[in-house]
Design a binder for this molecule. Structure first.
Ligand code: MGD
Ligand code: MGD
Ligand code: SF4
Ligand code: MO
Length: 687
């Protein structure tokens, strides 16, 4: 029998919808969801990954039974009962011997709202705030910057507001590759059809940036200098929005004083972008009309990422580009449920609904709802968990839907930390570089094999329906967590027998999701934009009547310049950065298993500027060794005019994090992934 089932795309955060066609319960194809108004991909458009949205899950090496490590690298199938007994026994023992702080948990942007809500509740029920997900590696800089200044972090306006913008800014963001349907449906149309002015800032001249009116190409990690100089120019030339500043923001005087020294000429020296271009960009930003700003990993993932995002938020505020129709800014969680994992409190310092762990009143409200005590001190952030595992204070790791052995910086160190941990549980759909270190592996159902909620980067809460059965004994993540909790003796708090039960509790605990009920989401497949205070309403635009701060005003922060993390020197003379390809996703566990993607994007490469290539004596297709202070990797050369002299950049999907340094931003604790210093030498052989 042929059927079709509506799912949310399991890749990026645009939240596109598609039907999975099944024949006798087996997925056979994707059909466009062109009959649903209101969804991000209305009209049915999909990108190369969306077109093969379930292909990875049909791979023959899916995990189908619980596995137990019997010798290094050797695993044996065991029953679910044995697995649950083993997991609960070890976790309880670690807690008894070493206290709850010796346990650490990871949730995932690859799992549903329900799964993530439960993993953080499990951590807290065990007495530990050590619970994180890749949001720390991804958006934490912008989240912190905007929370401090505006009181709220998510994207401000619906995506189609971009069609009403006069200026579009893409800053360290390549949506043609990373959020392709958002790019095609809205950003490209705003630029090409509506004639919006377009400013792009990126270390690589990408596909997204080809129509830019102004293209700024900084050295990695120097964006902060450019933003400070733009503020300097806007303030110095009286181009700021006085009315908006008077009515809606505080701290202008201090900001104006601080940026005085950060002139465009100074920023030219720091960033390698001419003062003239910086001034032009500032003028357009301040006087060009309504501005839509999309800023992402090119700014976030630096040790000065939070400060740069604070400066950018200041610039948006003093030019009055927030709190109205036709503008846009805010965090862009990257993976399909990054927003959902974030709002459910998979965060060592935040409880569900972005309640700080240290907010006594907020914490007690959640404690009452759960009937559990929550530790009142923040736990360990993502990178610190692995440092603690290495030095021995974290002994038990429960990892759901993360591949830290490849996604964290300095992978060789992370692998040592995983090896040292006493007990590691990994709940995944495939064997990965991380499962190698697991003591117990729990097989999970893939996204289209279960139902659940996902939230797009545009705050759209959507229901995804079950399309097919999971292979073997694999189970939905939420069900596994409930079974583990029961085995740990926490059954009273984990009473759920369906995803509806979990989402109903989420509706009660997180005010912004109160009205996103299971019934509403099932009946209205276009979903709703949170905050949804009740079942009838949603909030397309934020801050129309003030900011969620005590007095309703935004608090400008006066940022000081912080240089990039690792800069070139005589021994390591090149700047090294990295980016994503449209055809691959993160550490590749999914996209490498999709034949059509793997065929088109087969291997690691490095962009090298034409003049550098000549000096190094390398040509297109040659192999080079890229070496940093941590490690080295071989990559195929792609000579290009689209990167600055002295800078090289690579996609990070193929083991790139061997090269990166584990230094983090002091404020947000995001790793400074996007800068390193390297040396390059030509090599023979093959990849
Ligand atoms: N195809 C695909 N799509 C994805 C993902 C994926 O892995 N593959 N991942 C998803 C996730 S989780 C995320 S977070 C998003 C990320 O989405 P993006 O932020 O678009 O991702 P990146 O390509 O890592 O970085 C964006 C751009 O920053 C540039 N850049 C690097 N260093 C600097 C710098 O110092 N300054 C400036 N100005 N630019 C710099 C890079 O050249 C790149 O073009 O993508 C999501 N979508
Ligand atoms: N150098 C460098 N490193 C980076 C970045 C960068 O730009 N440069 N970006 C960072 C960013 S933004 C991010 S978001 C992180 C991503 O870091 P990770 O989230 O660790 O990376 P993924 O490869 O997406 O790993 C997700 C895991 O979930 C599994 N999975 C998929 N579906 C399911 C499911 O339904 N259930 C379960 N249980 N598991 C599932 C996959 O098999 C995979 O093992 O990487 C970070 N690392
Ligand atoms: S743009 Fe993102 S959500 Fe849409 S089909 Fe592509 S990967 Fe999926
Ligand atoms: Mo991300």
């Amino acid at each position: 029998m042929r059927e079709k089932h509506l799912i949310v795309c399991p890749y990026c955060s645009v939240g596109c919808r598609m039907y999975v066609e099944t024949e006798d319960g087996y997925p056979v194809g994707i059909e466009y969801a062109d009959d649903i108004p209101g969804i991000p991909n209305k009209g049915g458009k999909l990108c190369p990954k969306g077109n093969v949205a379930f292909q990875y899950a049909k791979s023959e090496d899916r995990l189908t039974k619980p596995l137990k490590k019997v010798a290094p690298g050797k695993f044996q199938e065991i029953s679910w009962q044995e697995a649950l007994d083993e997991v609960a026994g070890q976790i309880n023992e670690i807690k008894e011997k070493h206290g709850p702080g010796a346990l650490a948990f990871l949730g995932s942007e690859k799992c549903s709202v329900e799964d993530n809500y439960l993993i953080q509740k499990l951590a807290r029920a065990m007495g530990s705030n050590n619970v994180e997900f890749a949001g720390r590696l991804c958006q934490s800089s912008n989240v912190l910057a905007r929370t401090k200044i505006l009181g709220s972090a998510p994207q401000t306006n619906p995506s189609d507001d971009v069609l009403k913008s006069d200026v579009v800014v893409l800053w360290g963001y390549n949506p043609a590759a990373t959020n392709p349907v958002l790019f095609g449906q809205y950003i490209e149309k705003a630029i090409l059809d509506n004639g919006a002015k377009f400013i792009a800032v990126d270390t690589v001249k990408t596909q997204s940036n080809k129509y830019a009116n102004l293209y700024l190409q900084p050295y990695p990690g120097t964006d902060l200098a450019i933003i400070l100089a733009m503020i300097n120019y806007v303030v110095g030339n009286n181009l700021y929005d006085k009315d908006f500043v008077n009515k809606r923001v505080k701290g202008f005087g201090e900001l104006a004083k601080t940026v005085k020294e950060y002139t465009p000429k100074w920023a030219e020296k720091m960033s390698g972008v001419s003062a003239d271009l910086i001034e032009q960009a500032a003028r357009i930003f301040a006087t060009g009309g309504k501005v839509a700003v999309f800023a992402n990993e090119g700014i976030n993932q630096h040790i000065n990422g939070t400060t740069a995002m604070m400066a950018l938020t200041d610039l948006i505020l003093i030019t009055g580009n927030i709190g109205k129709e036709g503008v846009m800014s805010g965090v862009i969680p990257g993976a399909f449920n990054g927003m959902g994992a974030s709002i459910t409190g998979v965060n060592c310092a935040q409880l569900p609904g972005a309640v700080p762990v240290v907010d006594g009143e907020g914490r007690r409200r959640i404690e009452r709802a759960w009937g559990l005590e929550i530790p009142d001190k923040p736990g360990l952030h993502y990178v610190a968990m692995f440092g603690a595992a290495y030095e021995g204070s974290v002994k038990g790791l429960y990892i759901m839907g993360q591949n830290p052995a490849r996604s964290l910086p300095d992978s060789a160190f992370v692998e040592k930390a995983l090896e040292k941990a006493e007990f590691v549980v990994v709940q995944d759909i495939f064997p990965t570089e991380t499962t190698k270190y697991a003591d117990i592996i729990l097989p999970a159902a893939a996204w289209h094999e279960r139902e659940g909620t996902a939230i797009s980067s545009n705050r759209r809460v959507q229901w995804s329906f079950k399309a097919a059965d999971a292979p073997g004994e694999a189970k939905p993540d939420w069900e596994i967590i409930v079974d583990v909790a029961k085995a740990l003796g926490l059954g009273k708090y984990f009473y759920y027998s369906s995803t509806d039960d979990v989402l109903s509790e989420v509706n009660k605990v997180i005010p912004a999701l109160k009205g996103a009920t299971p019934q509403r989401l099932r009946d209205n497949v276009e979903g709703c934009m949170f905050p949804c205070p009740d079942e009838k309403s949603e909030t397309p635009r934020l801050f129309l009547n003030g900011f969620p701060t005590p007095d309703g005003k935004a608090n400008l922060i006066a940022p000081k310049y912080i240089p990039p993390g690792e800069v070139p020197d005589e021994e390591y003379p090149f700047w090294l950065s990295n980016f994503r390809l449209v055809g691959h996703f993160h550490t590749g566990t999914m996209s490498f298993r999709s034949k059509s993607l793997e065929d088109r994007w087969p291997e690691r490469f490095v962009y090298i500027n034409e003049q550098d290539a000549r000096k190094l004596g390398v040509d297109d297709g040659d192999l080079v060794n890229i070496e940093t202070r941590r490690n080295s990797l071989t990559a195929r050369v792609e000579v290009t005019p689209h990167i600055k002299r002295g800078v090289v950049s690579m996609p990070w999907h193929w083991g790139f994090n061997l090269l990166t340094k584990d230094a983090v931003d002091d404020l947000s604790k995001i790793p400074g992934y996007k800068t390193a210093a390297c040396k390059i030498s030509k090599v023979g052989g093959d990849l």
